[in-house]
Ligand binder design. Sequence first.
Ligand SMILES: Nc1ncnc2c1ncn2[C@@H]1O[C@H](COP(=O)(O)OP(=O)(O)OP(=O)(O)O)[C@@H](O)[C@H]1O
Length: 226
Amino acid sequence: MIRLTAIERAFTVGDERVHALRRVNLTIATGEYLSIMGPSGSGKSTLLNILGLLDRPDAGTYLLEGRDTTALNDRQQAALRRHQIGFIFQFFHLVPRLTAAENVELPMTLAGIAPAERKARVAAALARLGLTDRARHRPDQLSGGQRQRVAIARATILRPALVLADEPTGNLDRASGQEVIQTIEALNQEGMTVVMVTHDPELGGRTRRQVRMQDGRIVEDSGGGG
Ligand SMILES: Nc1ncnc2c1ncn2[C@@H]1O[C@H](COP(=O)(O)OP(=O)(O)OP(=O)(O)O)[C@@H](O)[C@H]1O
């Protein structure tokens, strides 16, 4: 469960103060499937970065699974991020020189999982995504949709509780985007909480809950944890 209370985040650019988030309150129950929409500059990415512990709020509290993350130091936050949170980005962020299988394996290597188990889990993850015959391909030998599915496998191979996606289909054609969304929806059906930023109203319309932001505030919330 996630509870953001009175989250503030501002940036100083030159002598101007940009208020990216203004007293944002948001509660997300475990297993929710939620999209964040709103115009450019409304604070969506800033909110996602805070949820992902990639950025700290200037004020307010962020409880993740009952823990006050704002009280954790950077190392504790990084550990929580590694084990609890999976990130999916618009531009995939795969390691170019590693194969698909090696990219998926990487988080398990960093987590100290034994090689035999790593190999078995990579094979299972790629098989589930229909990518077994692409296991030894490097990212530049894969289509955009395949790259994104490899990125999703990598993001979720440690079974994080929370999956954060920033425009996951923004760089894909429609058919590949549909496949990627189905992959994300399957993760949600397995119990992962999914929070997705998107400009695409059709995509946003598929999520069970929709939050709309404007000028750093949540101006609409179709429901859920409140
Ligand atoms: N690191 C930063 N330094 C300065 N200003 C920033 C920084 N990050 C975000 N901002 C500003 O904060 C506001 C919110 O930005 P944010 O990226 O969260 O918006 P967004 O809704 O995700 O936009 P987009 O849809 O274009 O990605 C914007 O005015 C932006 O210029």
